[in-house]
Design a protein around this ligand. Structure first.
Ligand code: LLP
Length: 386
């Protein structure tokens, strides 16, 4: 990153900076490791929907995991094949469902009985059949932040197993629906692979339940959720995809010809992005100094929303380290990137990098306080912005 500091001086801060070389290397690893087992990967567009990023991911032949009509449209605009587009979400609107049907997307991941009914009605109205996977709530704890845990009965996502007999009766009378898969997703930023092992064990039990009713689906979609190393990104710029995919190969019991699908977001794009900001003021505090930077929770809401840690680097100074609270300019006390951080002596005008901002950074930005939307720049495609 330090190699780019001269180039950074030309850009107005704050801005997002994406290392397209790292993205490419990461994608190559994902491809190699998943192909070993014939696994199919859909990129979760919600993590980062920038055009150059989507284009590069698409060029590796991956599919897309979408959660809105606009994400489906973005996937299509970036040439993702509709046969590789999956559409999830607890609240799909009629227009969004119709967009999916119009484009003959691969699969709707259905989250409730009423949704199944609406998809059936709409598909019948437009004279087509919808391919669906049932998103099942496996009731497996992902041991991550409670805001990004999704696979517990108390969460709004997925259908619970105790409802499954009713779902099957509904399917029997749903002539415009083809059941092709079972879908699961237990949460995000999961760093303990044991949680994925528990998911496999649970899926095996659930498959047995379906099998005993003579139902074998074409594919099992295990969702996403693989975490990244936020505290020491340079130690692990590319997550351990080899162990991740191997675990599913070792523990998930598939039926003959059954495919396994994944929906990875953060693990693919997280480490390739940084939020680059400038120090506006150093303000004396009681215990520590405040380094007030020109990026805030409007550009990266993760620390304020999930108390998440992002490594912070001063790119301009190599002086002796001191303690700083690094905060943004937004009128909220939660607008803080970290307290009592050791940074080289920092002064007005220094460039600060907030690392690992490639996933759920720019896509979650807001214009609160009427802030201007920050630009994005990409290494390898100089000055290309969006
Ligand atoms: N599939 C489904 C059904 C999902 O809900 C998600 C993420 C993914 C796949 C992709 O998960 P990933 O591989 O990226 O962990 N804004 C939060 C994360 C929210 C995740 C929402 N669902 C954050 O900044 O940590």
């Amino acid at each position: 990153m330090l190699n780019h500091i001269k180039q950074f001086a030309n850009y107005k801060t704050p801005f997002y900076w994406y290392d397209m070389g790292l993205l490419q290397e990461t994608l190559q690893v994902v491809k190699n490791e998943s192909e070993k087992y014939g696994f199919q990967v859909h990129y979760a567009i919600k993590a980062n929907a920038n055009e150059p990023i989507l284009n590069m991911i698409q060029s590796f032949g991956f599919g897309a995991d979408c959660v809105s009509g606009n994400e489906i449209q973005a996937a299509i605009d970036s040439n993702f094949s509709p046969e590789k587009i999956v559409f999830a979400g607890v609240g799909k609107s009629d227009d969004e469902i119709l967009l999916g049907l119009d484009n003959s997307i691969f699969c709707f991941n259905v989250e409730s009985i009423p949704e199944l009914q609406v998809i059936n009605e709409l598909a019948s109205k437009v004279g087509t059949k919808a391919q669906v996977a049932l998103r099942i709530n496996p009731n497996v704890n992902a041991s991550t932040h409670h805001y990004i845990t999704t696979g517990l009965e108390e969460n709004k996502f997925g259908i619970n197993m105790w409802e499954m007999e009713a779902v099957l009766s509904r399917l029997e009378t749903s002539d415009s629906i083809n059941l092709i898969g079972l879908h699961f997703h237990i949460g995000s930023q999961i760093t303990d692979l044991q949680s994925f092992k528990s998911l496999c064990v649970r899926i095996n039990e659930i498959q047995q339940w379906f099998y005993s009713r003579e139902i074998i689906v074409d594919h099992i979609n295990v969702g996403g959720g693989l975490g990244i190393n936020y505290s020491s990104p340079d130690k692990e710029l590319i997550p351990d995809f080899a162990s991740y995919f191997k675990l599913f190969n070792d523990f998930l019991e598939t039926r003959p010809k059954q495919k396994v699908h994944f929906e990875l977001g953060r693990a693919i794009v997280g480490q390739c992005g940084s939020l680059i900001s400038k120090v506006l003021y150093i303000k004396k505090g009681v215990q520590t100094n405040f380094a007030i930077i020109d990026a805030g929770m409007t550009e990266l809401i993760r620390p304020a929303l999930y108390q998440s840690v992002h490594k912070i680097q001063n790119l301009s100074s190599n002086l002796i380290e001191q303690k700083y609270d690094v905060v943004g300019p937004i009128c909220e006390s939660s607008d803080s990137f970290g307290k009592s951080l050791m940074l080289p002596e920092t002064k007005r005008g220094d460039l600060i990098a907030v690392r690992s901002a490639g996933a759920y950074g720019e896509v979650m930005s807001s214009q609160y306080n009427l802030r201007t939307k920050a630009m994005a720049y990409y290494s390898g495609t100089p000055n290309k912005s969006k």
